[in-house]
Design a binder for this molecule. Structure first.
Ligand code: B12
Ligand code: SF4
Length: 449
């Protein structure tokens, strides 16, 4: 049996003409994890294709089964690929965050939909497929365990396409309920943990001095985090990962994080306005502490990628430059700006839909850099223009230099990633011409009522 696993391109994340250049692209674990889960008794051969790093000629694909992963931003392409493959009688299975959020949206395009994490359902589906009994839908059990799973088959990816393949995970989902976030809606707020020994064994068998964790929140569980960080000490790795700002309230854990080799953290600062934090149910974030958090991380030798979100209901047009100036003055190593995006199925989507504020259901534009809803205190044009201005200000050469000099951690990788985002900032405008006509959209709800 020949299985092809495919990750589709989106407007921003694509091999040609995208703005995620190689210095921002690490190898995801999605398809390598699925490849490892294929039951050995099926004697299947497997190939991984990622349209983010290579051209894929869909008409030349030959396979018994194709598995496609879909985020919301690339789901339109995922459906197109699925339709074309099925027209050639190649069965298609689809899974991933988008499909988990809105399975009925994907169903007409595929032979089977896999909802949720697929550690049990994907092998079950493949056995059913081999027996000619594949069902139209497979859904994750809430009791899923991530213990004793095979390690991702990273050897199957084309290494040259990514800045690193030394990518790992220890846990999935998050304990918090931020209104805009996909995680609690798609996977619930009871995280799934891999035993620390499994994580360490995986790192040892694919060792590199510098590794990346893609977990959404490494400090979901304090005891687990402490055990993981303790275990990392002996590996002598420099690691990068994601936590919340709550890490800085736990001085012992923060110290241990640094001792374990942490070199960089991504934190969702989201907004410099306190009232926005409450509104998006992220009340544990205190903007007054952001400067101190950044300084403290720098003292520990940890760089900070802080993510900000624009277009929240209390945002007025002065928020963009206020935020960008703060990011530069605080010497945040890698600031990132998103436009708030109501991913389908999330609490935010439901609220905005009820308020008649969803402007388009073209999922291709749900990539956190397009305006897809009616902001409360500004126009869509103001939101887009302000967001682009913040990117450009932050990634101008003088302001990159100011941030570099202000950060105490002056390592070469700082420039590699900053140059990647400078390119991103300067090319964002190229992606505002899809089929999006600024100012000419009417709210979808109103239009269909
Ligand atoms: C790597 C990654 C990226 C990469 C590549 C993404 C890509 N291919 O497009 C980069 C850096 C480019 C990226 C960019 C973005 N990303 Co991203 N990214 C991730 C990340 C951190 C890791 C993915 C991963 O390896 N997971 C580990 C694997 C094992 O889990 P998994 O992918 O969920 O797969 C499991 C199941 O879902 C299922 N499954 C998945 N696919 C399939 C397919 C089949 C056939 C089957 C059977 C099962 C199955 O089985 C797997 C095993 O259980 C995730 C967060 C996370 N930790 O998952 C976010 C995530 C996927 N990204 C997200 C977002 C929002 C974005 C951005 C919009 C962010 C931004 N502001 O730029 C952009 C959009 C890019 C685009 N395509 O339009 C959201 C997706 C939300 C959504 N509804 O689309 C996620 C979930 C993060 C979040 N906070 O919620 N991202
Ligand atoms: S803390 Fe981060 S990962 Fe957790 S729910 Fe909020 S936005 Fe999502």
């Amino acid at each position: 049996m020949k299985i092809i696993l495919l990750s589709p391109k989106g407007p921003l994340y694509r091999h040609r003409g995208g703005i995620f250049k190689k210095n921002l692209r690490y190898a995801p674990l999605t398809l390598t994890t699925l490849a490892a889960l294929i039951p050995p008794e099926l004697n299947a051969s497997v190939e991984i294709l990622d349209e983010g790093i290579e051209d894929v000629d869909v008409e030349r694909i030959q396979a018994d089964l194709v598995g496609i992963t879909a985020t919301t931003g690339n789901s339109v392409r995922a459906y197109e690929l699925a339709d074309r493959l099925r027209a050639r009688n190649i069965p298609v299975v689809m899974g991933g965050p988008h499909v988990t959020l809105v399975p009925d949206d994907a169903q007409p395009h595929v032979d089977s939909v896999v909802v949720g994490y697929a550690e049990d359902t994907w092998p079950e589906l493949l056995r059913d497929f081999a027996a000619g009994q594949m069902k139209p839908r497979y859904t994750m059990s809430p009791d899923l365990s991530l213990a004793n799973r095979p390690f991702p088959k990273r050897e199957l990816v084309k290494k040259h396409g990514y800045i690193t393949t030394h990518v790992f995970e220890s846990q999935r989902s998050c304990i918090h309920y931020c209104e805009f976030c996909v995680a609690p809606t798609a996977w619930g707020n009871k995280p799934f943990y891999k035993p620390v020994e499994d994580v360490i064994a995986d790192i040892k068998q694919h060792y590199d001095r510098r590794i990346l964790f893609i977990d959404l929140n490494l400090i979901n569980d304090r005891d687990y985090a402490a055990r993981l960080f303790e275990a990392l000490i002996s590996l002598k790795v420099d690691w990068f990962g994601l936590t919340t700002t709550l890490l800085n309230r736990d001085k012992e854990l923060l110290k241990l994080t640094a001792r374990s080799g942490c070199s960089g953290l991504l934190m969702g600062f989201e907004s410099i306005r306190r009232d926005n934090q409450k509104l998006m149910k992220k009340g544990f974030n205190t903007p007054d502490e952001y400067r101190a958090i950044t300084d403290e991380l720098h003292q520990y030798g940890i760089t900070l990628m802080a993510c900000f979100t624009f277009g929240l209901d209390n945002d007025t047009t002065d928020v963009f430059m206020e935020t960008a100036r703060f990011a530069v003055e605080a010497s945040i190593d890698l600031p990132r700006y998103a436009i708030v995006t109501p991913f389908p199925g999330t609490a935010l989507y439901k609220r905005l839909e009820a308020e008649g504020r969803i402007l388009t259901k073209n999922w291709e534009l749900y990539d956190a850099q397009h305006v897809v809803f009616q902001p409360k205190l500004m126009t869509p044009e103001e939101l887009y223009a302000g967001h682009e201005k913040a990117w450009k200000y932050t990634y101008s050469i003088p302001n990159m230099t100011r941030r570099f000099l202000g950060s105490r951690i002056q390592v070469p990788v700082w420039w590699v990633t900053n140059i990647g985002y400078r390119f991103y900032a300067n090319h964002l405008k190229d992606f505002y011409n899809c089929d999006w006509i600024m100012g000419q959209l009417t709210p979808v709800k109103a239009a269909t009522d």
